[in-house]
Design a protein around this ligand. Structure first.
Ligand SMILES: [Zn+2]
Ligand SMILES: [Zn+2]
Length: 252
């Protein structure tokens, strides 16, 4: 996300669309957030959606009220977490409530939803770059079509299910159904650790600052970097935890 001093933010189209899947998930489970934050999420989603609907290519510029900055950071954090975790769909049979976990299959979605414009654009966007991030695909399809077009209940053969996105906790493998991922209720794993240090904001250089550069005072020397040897020794188990099998940051 690029921010400018004028209180606007630039998002690329796939990020903006995928970002909107987060509010849809949150709104479908109203108790997941304090009402005040849920209301803000809803307002921000309407703002971004309105901007997307007015067209444009590549990137969208959204005028962001100051009080919505934190909300956008929150959505971006949740998107970052979701993009680094497995994406599955939990289908719960409408008739007998039997649950079934389904793996989103891009190939199958492509075949069954040929006329989905969003899917076409996501797939087109990733042409030549391998398959897109599953959550990007998910975010594009979520509000428009059944995620599992071939759904059949394993117990009563109904073809109607309520679908919701789920993932698995990297700490304990538990199925996590909540729409906002903070900490695992079973093992306490902190999902926010997945996006720690990931850059959220990138500032567009204000024009006047660029012009002021030649007369700017010399840069203040940076404090010396602590050499790694000066770090306290950590037990290997903790070190392993600090350097997780970092999923390669995928394009979102
Ligand atoms: Zn059933
Ligand atoms: Zn866990």
């Amino acid at each position: 996300m690029v921010t400018s001093s004028a209180g606007s933010v630039t998002l690329d189209m796939p990020t903006a669309r995928t970002l909107l899947a987060i509010p849809v998930m949150i709104i479908s489970q109203p108790s997941s957030l304090p009402p005040a934050l849920a209301a803000k999420v809803e307002q921000l989603a309407a703002l971004i959606e309105g901007r997307l609907n007015s067209g444009g290519r590549g990137r969208v510029l959204v005028q962001l009220p100051e009080d919505q900055r934190k909300t956008l950071e929150f959505l971006h954090q949740q998107l970052g977490i979701r993009s680094r975790l497995p994406v599955r769909t939990l289908c719960v049979c409408r008739d007998c409530r039997h649950p079934k976990v389904v793996n989103l299959d891009l190939q199958r979605l492509r075949e069954k939803n040929r006329n989905l414009k969003m899917l076409a654009s996501v797939v087109g966007m990733s042409a030549g770059h391998g398959d897109p991030n599953p959550f990007t695909v998910f975010g594009s399809v979520f509000r428009q079509a059944k995620l599992d077009p071939d759904y059949v209940c394993g117990r009563c053969e109904s073809t109607e299910a309520d679908e919701q996105p789920v993932t698995f906790c990297p700490g304990c493998g538990d199925l996590r159904k909540e729409s906002v991922l903070v900490t695992c209720a079973k093992c306490g794993h902190d999902f926010r650790g997945l996006v720690k240090g990931v850059l959220t904001w990138e500032s567009a250089a204000p024009v006047d600052a660029v012009q002021a550069l030649p007369s700017a005072p010399p840069p203040v020397p940076l404090p010396p970097v602590t050499p790694p040897s000066a770090l306290p020794r950590l037990p290997p188990a903790l070190l392993k935890h600090l350097a997780p099998k970092a999923p390669v940051p995928r394009r979102v």
